[in-house]
Design a binder for this molecule. Structure first.
Ligand SMILES: Nc1ncnc2c1ncn2[C@@H]1O[C@H](COP(=O)(O)OP(=O)(O)O)[C@@H](O)[C@H]1O
Ligand SMILES: [Ca+2]
Length: 422
C-alpha cells in the first residue's frame, strides 16, 4: 500500500535521466484529532534554473490521534515512531540528513491542557531527534488554525494548476475535521474585504506571489464536537464554546454529569450507548417516546450553528473543494464513489439527511450518528456559511494521486523557509 514504485521509473530509467536531475524529500506529519498521518513527498529538480517538481507521495495513517494519548505521551510518540520508520525505508540513506521532518498538530491538541499537549510534543520531538533526518527548529508544534485553511487552499490550487501562469481561477476550500472546521477562499470582491472581520483576512506569500485570503478556523465546529453540542453534552457554564467542545479530563476518565443520558431526535429511538471522547465518557440515546426524524433533528442542530458563523456574501454563488468528513459522509451514503469522489450540490446532503433520518432503522447498522452528521453538514453549509442549495461542492481525496491535505502546502512553506526551494 504505497506509491513506492513510482510510474516515472519505468518511463525514465535512471541512466536516461538528465545528468544533474536531483531528487529530494520532505516529511510532514498531520497530527489530527482523530488520527496521525505521515506524508513523504518526493521532489525532482531537473535543472538548477527551474523550480523542482512534485514527483510523488507516500502516505500512511494510524488511529487514534495523539490527543488520545494525553495521559501516556510515550505511547503517543511511539505511534509517530512507527510511521517515521516508513520514511527510513522510503528515503535513500544518503539523503536522510538533508530530509526535513516536521509534525503539526491541529484541533485535538489545541483543546488539551497546555501541560499535556507539551508533554506529547516533547516526546515526539525526542523521536525526531533520534531519527536520522533533519530536524528543523520548531519541528514539532501546534499549528495555528488559520494556517490549516491557508495551507489546504495552497495544496488544492497548486495540485489543480491554479497557482502557476496567468488566468488563475482559484477555488475555495472547506475542511471538516473532528474538532474544528475551516473555510478559505481568495476574495474577488472589494465588498468581501470590507465586510469581513479583520482576523479573517491574511496575506500569504508562496511561489513568488502574495495571496490575500479569507480564512477562518472554527474551533468546536468539527463533526465530533458538533455531536456533543447537539446532544447538549457541553457543560458550557463559564466555558468558552471552544474549550467546552472537549472538556479536558484531569483523571484518567471522567463521566459527565453523573452518567446523565443525553438524548436526541437525530438518533435511533431505541438506541442507548456510551461514547468515549477526549477522556470523557458520555451516555447518549434516542428519543424513546418523543420525536425522531429529519425535521426535529434539523431544529436541534440548527441551534448549534445558527448565527455563530460569518457569512461572506461572495461565496453563495461559487463552487468549493470539500474534503475530510464532507468526503467521508458523502462516500458512506453513496453520494460519491469512495475512490473517485465526485461533484455534489449542497441540496444533495439535505436530501440524503432526510432519507437517512426518516428511515433510521434501515441505516443504523452503519453508524448511529449518520443522521446527525448529515444533518449537521447540511445546517453548517446552509445556515452556518450561508451557501445556496445549488452551490457546487467538489469532493476529492486526491488530485493527480496526491492527497489534498494542508500538509503539502506546509511542506512547500517548510522548504521555502529552509532555503531548499520554492
Ligand atoms: N490525509 C487525509 N486523507 C484522508 N482523510 C483525511 C485526511 N486527513 C483528514 N482526513 C479525514 O478528516 C477526518 C477528521 O479530521 P482530523 O484531521 O482527524 O481532525 P481535526 O482536523 O479536527 O484535527 C478524519 O477522520 C479523516 O476522515
Ligand atoms: Ca484535519
Amino acid at each position: 500500500h504505497s506509491n513506492r514504485e513510482m510510474w516515472f521509473q519505468d518511463l525514465f530509467p535512471p541512466n536516461m535521466c538528465p545528468i544533474n536531475a536531483k531528487t529530494f524529500y520532505g516529511i510532514m506529519f498531520d497530527a489530527g484529532s482523530t488520527g496521525t498521518r505521515i506524508h513523504i513527498y518526493t521532489f525532482v529538480q531537473k535543472s538548477p534554473e527551474i523550480l523542482p517538481e512534485l514527483e510523488g507521495e507516500i502516505f500512511e495513517s494510524v488511529k487514534p490521534g495523539l490527543s488520545a494519548y494525553a495521559d501516556q505521551p510515550e505511547k503517543g510518540a511511539e505511534s509517530v515512531k512507527r510511521l517515521l520508520d516508513m520514511a527510513v525505508d522510503a528515503v535513500p540513506p544518503h539523503l536522510w540528513k538533508k530530509t526535513p521532518v516536521v509534525l503539526k498538530a491541529t484541533a485535538g491538541l489545541r483543546l488539551l491542557s497546555e501541560e499535556k499537549a507539551q508533554a506529547l510534543l516533547s516526546e515526539v520531538k525526542e523521536v525526531f531527534e533520534k531519527s536520522p533526518f533533519l530536524v528543523p527548529e520548531d519541528s514539532v508544534s501546534i499549528m495555528d488554525g488559520s494556517y490549516e485553511g491557508i495551507l489546504a487552499w495552497i495544496t488544492v490550487n497548486f495540485l489543480t494548476g491554479q497557482l502557476s501562469g496567468q488566468n488563475q481561477h482559484t477555488t475555495g476550500t472547506l475542511d471538516l475535521g473532528g474538532a474544528s472546521t475551516q473555510i478559505t477562499f481568495l476574495p474577488r470582491f472589494e465588498e468581501t474585504l470590507k465586510e469581513s472581520p479583520r482576523d479573517f483576512l491574511t496575506s500569504f506569500e508562496m511561489f513568488n506571489s502574495t495571496y490575500k485570503l479569507y480564512t477562518h478556523s472554527y474551533l468546536g465546529f468539527g463533526l465530533k464536537a458538533a455531536r456533543l453540542a447537539t446532544l447538549g453534552a457541553l457543560n458550557t457554564e463559564g466555558m468558552s464554546c471552544e474549550k467546552a467542545a472537549f472538556p479536558v479530563s484531569t483523571s484518567n476518565e471522567t463521566e459527565v454529569a453523573d452518567g446523565q443520558m443525553f438524548r436526541s431526535s437525530c438518533l435511533p429511538k431505541q438506541l442507548e450507548a456510551e461514547w468515549h471522547f477526549g477522556g470523557v465518557k458520555y451516555r447518549y440515546g434516542g428519543n424513546k417516546e418523543g420525536e425522531t426524524g429529519f425535521k426535529p433533528c434539523y431544529l436541534e442542530v440548527l441551534k448549534v450553528v445558527k448565527g455563530k458563523l460569518h457569512q461572506p456574501d461572495e461565496i453563495r454563488g461559487s463552487s468549493f473543494y470539500a474534503f475530510s468528513y464532507y468526503y467521508d459522509r458523502a462516500a458512506d451514503t453513496n453520494l460519491i464513489d469512495y475512490e473517485q469522489g465526485g461533484v455534489l450540490e449542497v441540496r444533495d446532503f439535505e436530501r440524503k439527511a432526510k432519507e437517512v433520518c426518516d428511515n433510521m432503522e434501515r441505516f443504523s447498522s452503519a453508524s448511529p450518528f449518520l443522521c446527525m452528521d448529515l444533518t449537521y453538514i447540511t445546517a453548517l453549509l446552509k445556515e452556518g456559511f450561508g451557501f445556496r442549495d445549488n452551490t457546487l461542492l467538489q469532493l476529492t481525496k486526491k488530485v493527480n494521486n496526491i492527497e489534498t491535505s494542508w500538509t503539502l502546502g506546509a511542506t512547500f512553506h517548510l522548504l521555502q523557509s529552509l532555503g531548499i526551494t520554492y
